[in-house]
Design a protein around this ligand. Sequence first.
Ligand code: MOS
Length: 732
Amino acid sequence: MYVGQGVDRIDGKAKITGGAKYAAEFDLPGTAHAVLVQSTISAGKITGFDLVLAEAMPGILAIITTDNAEKLGNLKAAPQKVTYPLLQDSNIKFNGQHIAVVVADTFERATAAAAAVRVNYRATRAVNTMDQAISQSVTPKEFSNGRAKPDSQVGDAAPLLPAGTLRVEQTYTTPIEHHNPMEPHATIANWSGGQLTVWTATQGISGAQKALSSLFGLEPKSVTVICPYVGGGFGSKGNTWPPAVLAAMAARRVNRPVKLVVTREQMFTSNGYRPRTVQRVKLAASPDGKLLSVRHDVKTQTSMPEVGEFAEPSALITRMLYEAPSIGTSHRLVQVNHGLPTYMRGPGESSGAFAIESAMDEMAAALKMDPIAFRLKNYAENDPTARLPFASKALRECYAQGATAFGWEKRNPIPRSMRDGHLLVGMGMATSSYPTNRMPASASIRLTADGSALVRSGTQDIGTGTYTTLAQVAADELGLPLRKVRTQLGDSRLPSAPVSGGSMTSASVVPAVQAAAQGMKSQLFALAINHGGPQWRGISPETLALSESAVIGPTDRLSIAQIFARAKIAQLNATAGAHPDSDAQKYSKHAFGAQFAEVRVDPDLGIVRVSRWVGAFDCGRILNAKTARSQLIGGIIYGMGMALFEETRVDPNSGRITNANISDYLVAVNADVPDIETIVVDSVDPISNPLGTKGIGELPMVGAAPAIANAVYHATGIRVRDLPIRIENLLV
Ligand code: MOS
């Protein structure tokens, strides 16, 4: 069995030797280069362009502006959110909005001419930050992909609470954060005979195909999207963002291939971000630690309605995390002259867990109760809001195994009581959870006489290891050595698969590969029975097996090569689709985890260093121990960034992002990261999908930031409720 083993990435060598081609690296003869021009005001109207300087510069092929851009199809009809700034009119809704594209024969010439484009504006009053309009919030129209409502209430919204009830009522905030994947967004677009081909960095080739075909008025099959490798997405490459559309528009205008690579600075204005949240949490508990009521009210920012709407669903996690007789949540949006927010690793859960898991820690302290004991006392056996049983839940095991590995029993509960020489030591924990998602997907397998298989699906490997895990599954199902199985992904002409988001790629695509393998098996068994000779005739296929590149019968074995030779065929093909089981709707489907952080705080300098980490996770069946661990530690590190470093800053007067680069926007780097111990508790989910996986991409980020904030409180006695935790918060 290859499934479960820590198999090396089959694309690893290509990645480290430069053989793996990313979107910007494809070479088409005659490629021209496009560079974006962006608005320098955040609200108003363009009154005119002055292109005299830019047009006179060498090598210029076209300057496409809001005055002369082609009209696109109905933006709202695009099946995937396509944001407004597609040069369709001269209104400005945020600083950094794309207002022109300059195309030249070289990147340098396009960059120089883009800088020479002069723009005249009539500025109007802008809401540049969420806090400038926080009192004017609106209810989200479309919430969390339409699957949930913005508000929820279980039990009495205002329960009568007995005397002696303990209360925690606090506001927690998280800032705007940007994904900052290593690979910037990039697209090469080429038109040929009315057909569009794009090489683009995306988490969803199928969605990009739908969006581009709808915008350019084409049949989906007239658009080919190619994306063999993605250098990180974290949600920023889930939607089809304006640069990909504008590259296609430019290529049509100049009638040659056009490459558009978003600069690092433009990555802060072109492809979404995690919006700021202001979260009010109210907890009430009896003196013995039973939660009596839980309220979590979220305000978060979105863009102006013309740009689009996105609601960070931060309180969804509170609906299912703990049992209480009264659980209420709400989400409201503040419209800001800023670009459209989007999904970012654990969208909702990561920001929401900071609030609820900080509040839970505050309540445990008020109760003088151990934080784990308090959580166990309010353990949800069933989903308290959906009122459904969990498909599987091994959170108790996560708490227990995590606590043991971490040495939680050594924690002195009194804040500021533990020291390592001069440094204050803090130990904190938090719960993690993320939904187990699944969507329909399809895959095909081709088997050739030499016993090698090619697995194909129109999914994409966003760095999680999909190339490898799909090959492992196919090798196991077909009884082939792993080196004989190749995977081909990232091409919209392949059998279709969903966006690689919501931690659902394995859950969606693996069942399709299994189904295709079943189809392949049936064909091989039929051929063996029909062509194997007298001793195979009349054998029931149920008695056959595939192993070591051969069909194994009761008395005999036939290699794949023998079968192909006798049947006089060169290859076999099988294609299959797989759909979520409707019975799964009767369950609440989530992965879980427990995060344990140890920090050391310098009491004079306010510097926080994370010194140890244990994360214990209930994430279902593991397909590849190595790539799973890689995702687990990646998510935890992303959470360290959220807790201690990451914040996008906006100038309140101009709406301009003031740290749009990765030297001023801080992320956790190797020097910030200690050894991370990850534990995967024994858990298989037989309901969510046939393989029992629960998704790993987002889960390990959830709960990481509050575990650090709780550890900082334990170390210092200072409760920081606004992320990121800064040195100045701890200087008292
Ligand atoms: Mo994930 S934020 O759904 O790419």
